[in-house]
Design a protein. Structure first.
Length: 198
């Protein structure tokens, strides 16, 4: 199937982008299910794998984080696994680095497939939201990160919103540390209460 040329109406191109993106997610999800990788995306599995591989642990951890983000598995599992395996400081730092990489890869892949498909929405609320995002992109992304952390749906939405990559990167780098620190303290406290960490 060949992609449509630039003479197609905007709405047809938008539908094409959505179809390609949905097919990508469906095929990727199916591949994860069929290969058994889905079992690797749970808390205990990620924690065990990370603790087992001292040298390649970060690469494995980050690759799984990227894959999880693309198939809409929340990043909280990875933060919990890193905190329980490495302790609060190194767990938080490791998760921050992996989350930034994962969010960036997701943005690039989704933007490549879907372009700015959300801009095709012709609704007053959508226009207001895009106007606010365009006026203060970095601030908007920082605020969204503070609330939603590295939630896959946010990464997809921002990728399809037409926001520039540099604004996305800056907003992500500035917006992730605080929620990661807060959730790290929560997981560390729970880990100590339940005896999951020493």
């Amino acid at each position: 199937m060949n992609p449509p040329d630039s003479t197609w109406p905007r709405r047809a191109r938008s539908r094409w982008r959505w179809l390609v993106l949905l097919l990508f997610v469906a095929v990727l999800w199916g591949a994860v299910e069929a290969s058994g990788l889905r079992g690797q995306l749970g808390l205990e599995s990620v924690r065990h794998r990370f603790a087992e591989h001292q040298l390649g642990g970060f690469a494995i951890f980050t690759a799984l984080f990227v894959l999880a983000n693309l198939v809409h598995v929340p990043g909280g599992f990875f933060l919990a696994a890193a905190v329980l395996a490495l302790g609060p400081v190194w767990g938080a730092l490791t998760t921050y680095a992996a989350a930034c990489i994962s969010c960036t890869v997701t943005f690039v892949v989704v933007r490549l497939l879907g372009a700015d498909a959300l801009r095709e929405l012709d609704h007053p609320l959508a226009r207001r939201l895009f106007a606010r995002l365009d006026a203060q992109p970095v601030r908007s992304i920082v605020l969204l990160r503070l609330i939603f952390h590295s939630v896959p749906a946010l990464n997809y939405t921002l990728a399809l919103s037409g926001v520039k990559l540099r604004h996305y990167l800056i907003g992500t780098l500035l917006g992730l540390p605080l929620p990661i620190a807060v959730v790290t303290m929560l997981f560390d406290t729970l880990g100590r209460w339940f005896g999951w960490v020493g």
